[in-house]
Design a protein around this ligand. Structure first.
Ligand code: SF4
Length: 443
């Protein structure tokens, strides 16, 4: 029996693709998964190439996996690297990485089984098929996350045109996956023990817009709420489309956690305009309204500092927003001029040291906000999904509450009882740290 090893780099959306491709390979190609690339007949590496730094990491990983190939083994590279480097640039990349046997950009995933099957039999490659949500390889997924939680990628690509972003070029236009496909996948994941399903896409609020169905996200969530999962969590909601009606509808759906990740990126109207970001309400006003429309809502956002032309005044506006909005979880990135993205060619690029200084200032502010928010939780009893023993000690368990998304937010550490990973338990918060909390299992 031939074997496969899958390495997934980058974000949760990539991870879902990797899980789907591995499921396909096992069920429909009869491959057996192995943990070490050295043992595999087919090594599949799913790459991130959204930023130049990610390209470097992806190329390094490909080279390392090339060295790990046993004689006769094949190496396939999928994801953003083959999507970003096409034409002459792609040919140059292929020349520099001769250890790669198959380049598989996302628009070829529907043909994965055919191409991988032929590759293992050393036949010629097939042509490029067109992508559609209906012809994704659906051989079931093989989860790389712990059995009690999974990501559900509900769409590919993006129709927005943020000037700093290569995603529309790399992943194509918005393609919403069919609700039947997603419901079947959610049922399958739930049957395997998943209790928390985190929905991801480049822009969740656009789900269904390519099918002219503007209520599709709410309908999908209502349907997913009928599956045996306990928690539904939403990441990546474009702020513009978060209307009072949509937010109140989301809040009313059973199992949808009061948690939203909405990337603001900036607050200065001039910077947002150059970023190509649309907004209806000023960010601070939207945050205040969201909290009113959805009581108990926890927010996460991402910001970009040092965008071309960002003045000290723009930055001070951003810092004031960070202080006043007091968003529970916040990540900040330095603008990275990616070749091919319109913002790379904008005038008034901000020097690297200024970007770094601004990033540190935002993070210092956020640390205080996070600690103050955590202190307000001391004394509360919250429901926690148990992750498992902490890295520091087998005797201390970790878990997350509704206000903590997997892999990006903090954790709750607790001792006392030792519930199994995946159990839901009530934990009383007893102490606050900058980003984490300490608690004990409630009586
Ligand atoms: S919303 Fe903007 S930043 Fe996000 S993937 Fe689409 S174009 Fe890129």
């Amino acid at each position: 029996m031939k074997t496969i090893n899958v390495v997934s780099l980058g974000c949760a959306k990539n991870l879902v693709d990797s899980e789907r491709l591995l499921g396909s390979a096992i069920r429909n190609l009869g491959l057996k998964p192995v943990a070490a690339p050295e043992e595999a007949d087919l090594i599949l590496v799913n790459t991130c190439a959204f930023l130049t730094s990610a390209v470097g990491e992806a190329v390094e990983a490909v080279m390392e996996l090339g060295r790990a190939k046993k004689p006769g083994a094949r190496l396939a590279v999928c994801g953003c690297l083959p999507a970003r480097y096409t034409g002459a640039e792609g040919a140059e990349m292929a020349l520099g990485l001769p250890e790669v046997d198959l380049w598989l950009p996302p628009n070829e995933y529907p043909n994965f089984e055919k191409l991988a099957g032929e590759l293992l039999q050393a036949k010629a490659k097939a042509g490029t098929p067109s992508f559609s949500a209906q012809n994704l390889p659906l051989g079931g997924r093989v989860q790389a996350t712990p059995p009690f939680r999974a990501f559900l990628k509900i769409a590919e690509g993006c129709d927005n045109r943020c000037t700093y972003c290569l995603i529309p070029k790399l992943r194509g236009p918005l393609t919403s996956y069919a609700p039947d496909f997603l419901a079947a996948e959610a049922e399958q994941l739930a049957a395997g023990g998943v209790r928390e399903l985190t929905l991801v896409a480049q822009d969740l609020t656009a789900y269904g817009f390519d099918r002219e169905d503007k209520g599709a996200l709410v309908k999908l969530l209502r349907r997913l709420s009928g599956t045996p999962v306990d928690w539904l969590r939403l990441l990546y909601a474009y702020p513009e489309r978060l209307t009072e009606r949509l937010v109140k509808e989301l809040a009313s759906i059973p199992k949808v956690l009061p948690y939203l990740d909405l990337p603001f990126q900036h607050v200065s109207p001039a910077v947002l305009k150059r970023m190509g970001r649309r907004q209806v309400l000023p960010p601070l006003e939207l945050v205040e309204k969201l909290r009113r429309w959805w009581p108990g809502l926890a927010l996460r956002t991402t910001l970009i500092v040092g965008f071309p032309g960002e003045t000290e005044e723009d930055f001070q506006d951003l810092l004031r927003f960070v202080r006043e909005a007091a968003i529970e979880h916040l990540g900040v990135f330095k603008f990275s001029p990616e070749s091919g993205a319109p913002a790379a060619a904008l005038k008034n690029q901000v020097p690297q040291h200024v970007k770094e200084k601004r990033r540190r200032k935002v993070m210092a502010e956020q640390r205080k906000i996070s600690l103050a928010g955590n202190r307000r939780r001391v004394g509360q009893t919250v429901q926690v999904l148990v992750e498992g023993p902490s890295e520091e000690s087998e005797l201390v368990m970790t878990g997350r509450a509704s206000f903590q998304a997997p892999e990006v937010d903090g954790l709750i550490y607790f001792d006392g009882e030792q519930p199994a990973p995946g159990e839901l338990v009530d934990v009383q918060i007893v102490k606050a740290f900058d980003y984490d909390l300490l608690g004990r299992v409630a009586e």
